[in-house]
Structures are given as C-alpha cells and as structure tokens.
Write a protein that binds this ligand. Structure first.
Ligand code: GLY
Length: 403
C-alpha cells in the first residue's frame, strides 16, 4: 500500500514536471497567439454589427439575437476593456479607435454613486486606456470614479455597499472584491491613503464575514448599517444560500490575489490560496477544469450530450484562470506549479472548440457557454462580455509570464 502511494506521488510529480516543460509552454503560447488573433478578428466583426450607442452584453437564447446594454449596466466596461487588450496585442488602430468610441459612452458613469460596480465599469475600460496611452484625461475619469465609489463606504460596517436594490438594508456581495483595484490604484497615483484604507477595510470585513470554514463564500452578506452587525447570509445568483456559486468563488480568488499584489499583506495571499484550494479540490470540478455554474448545483439535464449535464460557466473559468496564473507567481514550489498548471489547463479548455466560438458565430463574442443567473433563468448557457474580457486578459498574462 505504502509502495503504491509512493509510486503515485512520483507519478504525479513527473506529470507536473512534464506539464512545465518548455515544449508544453511553447505549444500553449502558439495556441494563445492563434486564439488572440481569432479574438481580434471576432471583435472586428462585433464592431461592424453593434449599434453606435450601446455595449454588447450577451445573446438571447430564445431568439439568438445579440443583447446589448446601456452604459449604466455593470458589464458596460468589459467590451472597451477587451478592445484595449486586443489593441495591446495586435497594435491594430481600428481596435483602439473602437475602444475610444465605446469608452466615451461609459465615461458619464464616473459620477454614478448608485452601484459598487464602478470598478468593473471604469477600471476595465479607462484603467486599460490609461495604462496603454498615459492620457491624463483618462486618469481624471478614473479618479472621479474612485471618489464616486468611495461615497458608498460605511465605516461602521467596514464595507462598500454593493446594491441599492433588493430587500436588504446594506447588502455586500463577494463580487465587490473586484471593485477594490480602482481604489488601490487611486491611492497609488494620488498618495491619498483614504482610498486604499477603504479597499483594505472592505477586504478585511469580507474575509471575516463572507467565508465558511471550507473557504467557500456566501454570495450576499446583509449588514445592519447602524451597528455593522451581520443580519443574514444568502445567495442571489447561486443554487442555495449555503452553496458555492462558481463565479462568486472566482471573484473572491481574483480579488484576494489582486489585494495581495496591491498591499503585500500575507493574509490576502493565504486567503487566495485557501480559495484556490477549495476550487481545485472540489469533487464536482469537471476534468477540463471549467466549473459547473455552482459547485453545489443540482444535476439537471440541459445538454443531453454532455457527460455532466449541469451547465458550465465559462466566465467562472476565465476569471479563475486569470487569477490562478497570477497567484502562481506569489508562491513557491509545488503550490506555484499547481496553480500555474490549473490556470493553463483552464485556458487550454477554453481555447478548444468546446468553448471557443467559430468565426462570425456566437454574435461575434469569443467564448460560448457561460451562465449569468440561473435562478432568475437569465443568461443561461450563453456568451457573456465579461467571460471574453477575463479570457483575453488571461491569454495575455499567460504569454507574458510563461517566459
Ligand atoms: N457581478 C455580477 C455577476 O457576477 O453576475
């Protein structure tokens, strides 16, 4: 028995080493290049088909038609953000021109004080625009956005309020971790530490109240805004209050990895590793490492040809892949190899015909098979603009870090 487990360990080690060989990386870089070129072509078609005043969001799975959004929807920044990434890769000015055109639609949201989503909306769009152009006008848009987002922080609760809608007095969702990067960036460029203070306090409070013993997270934690006490823990987009909604786990993983990068606080790194381990050790994680929509989802027969008929969420896979590649850089040894290999495998799966669209199909989105909100029967097994954004980001990260 002992001999068998030793042999198994050696085998696992050898497999990990093989997965890290230069030949494997070379093959993956070639695949990433091919996929990025396809993505750029696909978004050039999107440019031609998209009405001037809106942003692409998804596909209506009843009619098959493109679903678009106005600038105040939480996904508004992902299309210009993806265009900026694809411009960075191709240096193709038509993509840059389109990114600038769509950013101009989103700009007015810098004054929006009614949502926590400003990080998604403004940092993905204008953050990339500023990073790539150094245009001071973009910096001003971002700083105004950071000020707007900060107005939603309540020191008594220690969190930014996520939503103004719903039955909760002070709801905070795990997704909110993603909006903190706008604030840490704002502190860095202004030397005003109040933005970073809000980000750190929010991350600390979330660490305390959003996570279960196994490091899976609740979706919504509702607070009392006067005392800061937790009133209830629930789901909104997951299978149950007690379940692990896949994209929520991915937002948490990405959020704490990012917070470690921004602060070098070891507690955030530990938290990110715990979340990664929950995801990667999950018994319901499929072999191709693209998560089902909720790790505790009931088995349902949607895609009868699929061996596991529970719908997948490619967006959760794309967010997790991008985060795992980054996390692997902050740890050493077998943990680092494990996170890198998992991120790489997720990308390889997403680059396969199982998830990648064919040219001109899929309403010109890049990835198929994501889930927006299954309990609301909304956006089930469709493309989603944020799946494309984090997929392209992860491909660029892979190419940069594989070297
Ligand atoms: N932030 C909303 C979602 O992940 O669906």
């Amino acid at each position: 028995m002992k001999k068998l487990s030793f042999t198994l360990l050696v085998l696992l080690f050898v497999m990990q080493v093989i997965a890290q060989t230069p030949a494997r990386k070379k093959q993956m870089i070639t695949l990433a290049d091919k996929t990025l070129n396809f993505a750029a072509g696909q978004y050039k078609l999107m440019m031609q088909h998209l009405p001037d005043t809106v942003l692409p969001r998804s596909t209506n799975n009843m009619t098959g038609k493109l679903v678009t959004a106005k600038s105040d929807w939480w996904t508004a920044g992902f299309y210009p953000g993806t265009l900026w990434y694809l411009y960075e890769y191709t240096k193709d000015n038509t993509l840059k021109k389109e990114a600038i055109k769509r950013d101009s639609l989103v700009e007015k949201e810098k004054n929006n004080k009614h949502t926590h989503d400003l990080g998604f909306m403004m940092y993905c769009s204008f953050g990339n625009a500023y990073r790539l152009t150094n245009n001071p006008a973009y910096k001003e848009v971002l700083l105004t956005s950071a000020r707007s987002l900060s107005t939603r922080f309540n020191p008594k609760v220690g969190c930014i309020k996520s939503w103004d809608h719903g039955a909760w007095e002070y709801p905070v969702i795990i997704d909110n971790m993603m909006n903190l990067e706008l604030l840490t960036w704002a502190s860095r460029v202004t030397h005003d530490t109040s933005f970073a203070h809000i980000a750190r306090t929010h991350a600390n409070t979330t660490m305390l109240h959003h996570f279960r013993e196994n490091y899976s997270s609740y979706h919504v934690v509702a607070y009392d805004s006067t005392t800061g006490a937790v009133i209830k823990r629930q789901t909104h987009q997951g299978a149950a209050d007690s379940s692990a909604w896949s994209r929520g786990q991915a937002w948490g993983l990405y959020g704490y990895t990012m917070m470690y990068r921004e602060t070098k606080d070891k507690r955030y790194l530990d938290q990110a590793q715990h979340i990664a381990d929950f995801i990667l050790n999950n018994p319901r994680m499929p072999k191709d490492l693209i998560p089902i929509w909720d790790y505790d989802a009931p088995k349902v027969t949607m895609n009868v040809d699929s061996p596991d008929p529970t719908p997948r969420d490619a967006s959760a896979g794309a967010v997790a892949a991008s985060a795992l590649l980054e996390l692997s850089r902050y740890v050493k040894g077998t943990a680092s190899t494990r996170y890198w290999n998992a991120g790489e495998k997720m990308l390889e799966s997403l680059c396969s015909p199982d998830y990648l669209a064919k040219p001109g199909e899929n309403n010109d989105f890049i990835l198929k098979h994501s889930v927006g909100s299954l309990p609301h029967k909304s956006e089930v097994d469709v493309p989603l603009t944020y799946a494309d954004y984090y997929f392209v980001e992860a491909l660029l990260r892979y190419k940069q870090w594989a070297k």
